[in-house]
Design a protein around this ligand. Structure first.
Ligand code: SAH
Ligand code: SF4
Ligand code: F3S
Length: 478
C-alpha cells in the first residue's frame, strides 16, 4: 500500500498538544501515518501559538525552514494551524506563499476533508470559522507527553478577557464539552494503558456553568471513579473562581494529585486591576491559605507577567513580596508582550524592554531559591512515583524493559517518573533477580529521595523489586 506521511510541529500550550493528537487521529482516517522525520513527509503541519510575540516568531522561523523542502518537492502539502493561524488568516500566505492551508483553532475536525480537497484540486484554503460546539473525536495517544500520561480538553475558549491576553480572540467564547463524552474518552485512554490524565481548560473552574452541565468538582469526582486512572491533574484554574468545593477535592479525592497551577500574574493590586483579573492579592493569598489547610503537602505553581504597562517599581516590589509570602514550588515568568486585539496594546506608560528584562531576572533569581528549597524538603522522604520510562538519554534503548540483574551500561537502568506534586524523580532500577520483575511505564513505586537538584530529585527505590502490584495498604489502579 502507498503510505502517506504527516509530520507535525507543535508550539504552545497543552491545548495545542491535545489538538495535535486529534489532528493525527483525524488524518489517520484518510491514510496518513504520523512520522517524526520531516524529509519523509507528504504533509507538514505546524500547530502555532501567539500568546507572546516570541511564539509568533517561532512559527515563522519554522516555516522559513520549509521553503527549500517545498522547492524540492512541489507535491508537499504545508499547513499552518492553531492560534496564530486563527489570528492571521490569509495574511499567512503573504509571509509564507508556499503554504497550502491555514486552519484555525476550531477547524481541527474539518481538517481531514480539507486536506483531501487539496490532494484532489490543489489550490489554497483558509478555514478559520468559529464553531458553536466541540466536535467529538477520539484522539490517538500519539503526540501526548508520554504514553502513561495524556491531556483531555474539557472546555474550549475563554470569556475572561484579561486585558493583555489574546486567547479569547483566537480560541473563541468559552464552551464546555459534555461530561459523558469526556468520561468515555478518559475510559478509552485508561483501557489503552494511560494512568495519568490532565484535564484542560483556560479556566476549568467555570466548567459547565454556561451550559448547565455538572460542576468541575462533580466532574472530578466522576473521573476519580474511572478504573485504571491513578492520577488526575488539571490546568488552569482562575483564582477568582477557585471555589471551596474545588479546594476540598484535594483532601477528598484520592487520585487528585497534590498540585495546583494557580496563575497570579502580579502581586500588585494596582496592576491586577489594570489586567482585569478581578481579584486582589489579599483574595489570592486567602485561597493559598485555604489550599494549604485542606492539603498541607500541596505544591503550588503560578504564572507571572513583569513589565505590564504602568508597572512601577513599587508594583514590582509587591510581586516579589507576594512570592516571598507564598513560596511557589515553581513559577513561569514572562515579560509583558503587546498582542493584537488586547486592550493593553493601547495602554500608555509602557515599560522599557531593559527594565522588563532586569525585573524578570530579579524575579527568576528569587524563585530559584524557593524552587531549590522546596525540592530540598523532599530529601529523606519516601515518595510515591508514577514511572514514565527510562530517563531521556536512554529512551533510544527500547523496548521498555529492564532485564533484571543484567549488568548493562552504567546508566542503562536509569528511570524517570513524577511525584504527585509533579516533581521529576530520577532513579536507578535494578529489578528483582528472583521474581524477574520488569519495570514498565505506568507503574507506581516508592522512592526514597536522596538528593535535590534545581529542577529534579534523585532517589533510590525503597525495594527495587517491589512495585505497585506488591505495595499493600494503598490504592493503585495500575
Ligand atoms: N488561561 C490561563 C493562561 C493562558 S496563557 C490562565 O488564565 O491562567 C498562559 C500565560 O501566558 C498566562 O498565564 C500569562 O502569564 C502569559 N501571558 C498571556 N498573555 C501574555 C502577554 N501578552 N504577555 C506576556 N505574557 C502573557
Ligand atoms: Fe487569557 Fe485571562 Fe483567559 Fe487566561 S483567563 S486565557 S489569561 S483571558
Ligand atoms: Fe498559545 Fe493558543 Fe495556547 S495562544 S498558549 S497555543 S491557547
Amino acid at each position: 500500500m502507498n503510505h502517506k506521511y504527516v509530520y507535525i510541529h507543535t508550539i504552545g500550550c497543552q491545548m495545542n498538544v491535545y489538538d495535535t493528537s486529534r489532528i493525527i487521529a483525524g488524518l489517520q482516517a484518510i491514510g496518513y501515518d504520523h512520522t517524526a522525520g520531516m524529509e519523509k513527509a507528504d504533509l507538514i503541519l505546524v500547530n502555532t501559538c501567539t500568546v507572546r510575540e516570541r511564539a509568533e516568531q517561532k512559527a515563522f522561523s519554522f516555516l522559513g525552514r520549509l521553503t527549500a523542502l517545498k522547492k524540492e518537492n512541489p507535491r508537499l502539502i504545508v499547513g499552518v494551524g492553531g492560534c496564530l493561524a486563527q489570528q492571521e488568516g490569509k495574511a499567512i500566505f503573504k509571509r509564507a506563499p508556499f503554504v497550502d492551508i491555514v486552519f484555525g483553532t476550531h477547524a481541527v475536525g474539518r481538517l481531514p476533508a480539507r486536506i483531501s480537497e487539496i490532494e484532489k484540486n490543489r489550490g489554497k484554503i483558509v478555514d478559520i470559522e468559529f464553531a458553536t460546539f466541540i466536535e467529538p473525536i477520539l484522539p490517538s495517544t500519539t503526540g501526548t507527553s508520554t504514553p502513561v500520561s495524556g491531556f483531555v480538553t474539557i472546555m474550549r475558549g475563554c470569556d475572561n478577557f484579561c486585558t493583555y491576553c489574546i486567547v479569547p480572540y483566537v480560541r473563541g467564547r468559552e464552551i464546555s464539552r459534555d461530561p459523558e463524552e469526556i468520561l468515555n474518552e478518559i475510559k478509552a485512554y485508561a483501557d489503552s494503558g494511560m494512568r495519568e490524565i490532565t484535564l484542560l481548560g483556560q479556566n476549568v473552574n467555570s466548567y459547565g456553568k454556561k451550559e448547565g452541565l455538572c460542576s468541575f468538582p462533580e466532574l472530578l469526582k466522576k473521573v476519580n471513579c474511572i478504573d485504571g486512572i491513578s492520577r488526575i491533574r488539571f490546568t488552569t484554574s482562575h483564582p477568582k473562581d477557585l471555589s471551596d468545593d474545588l479546594i476540598h477535592c484535594f483532601s477528598r479525592l484520592d487520585r487528585l494529585c497534590n498540585h495546583i497551577h494557580l496563575p497570579v500574574q502580579s502581586g500588585s493590586n494596582n496592576i491586577l486591576k489594570k489586567m482585569s483579573r478581578k481579584y486582589t492579592r489579599e483574595l489570592y493569598l486567602e485561597k493559598i491559605e485555604k489550599l494549604r489547610l485542606a492539603c498541607p503537602d500541596i505544591a503550588i505553581t503560578s504564572d507571572m507577567i513583569v513589565g505590564f504597562p504602568g508597572e512601577i517599581d513599587a508594583d514590582f516590589q509587591d510581586t516579589l513580596d507576594l512570592m516571598k509570602t507564598v513560596e511557589f514550588d515553581g513559577l513561569f515568568a514572562f515579560c509583558y508582550s503587546d498582542r493584537p486585539h488586547s486592550p493593553s496594546v493601547h495602554f500608555t506608560e509602557k515599560v522599557s524592554e531593559m527594565v522588563k528584562k532586569e525585573r524578570l531576572q530579579q524575579l527568576l533569581n528569587l524563585q530559584e531559591t524557593y524552587t531549590r528549597g522546596k525540592n530540598q524538603t523532599h530529601v529523606g522522604k519516601i515518595e510515591t512515583v508514577l514511572v514514565e520510562g527510562r530517563s531521556k538519554k536512554n529512551t533510544e534503548t527500547e523496548p521498555w524493559v529492564c532485564a533484571t540483574g543484567v549488568a548493562g551500561k552504567a546508566d542503562e537502568n536509569q528511570y524517570t517518573g513524577r511525584t504527585s506534586t509533579n516533581k521529576i524523580v530520577n532513579f536507578l532500577w535494578k529489578g528483582n533477580p528472583l521474581s524477574g520483575h520488569f519495570l514498565t511505564p505506568g507503574e507506581i513505586i516508592h522512592i526514597k529521595i536522596t538528593r535535590a537538584l534545581s529542577h529534579s530529585l534523585w532517589g533510590d527505590p525503597v525495594d527495587p523489586g517491589i512495585s505497585s502490584q506488591d505495595i499493600k495498604g494503598e490504592h493503585y489502579a495500575a
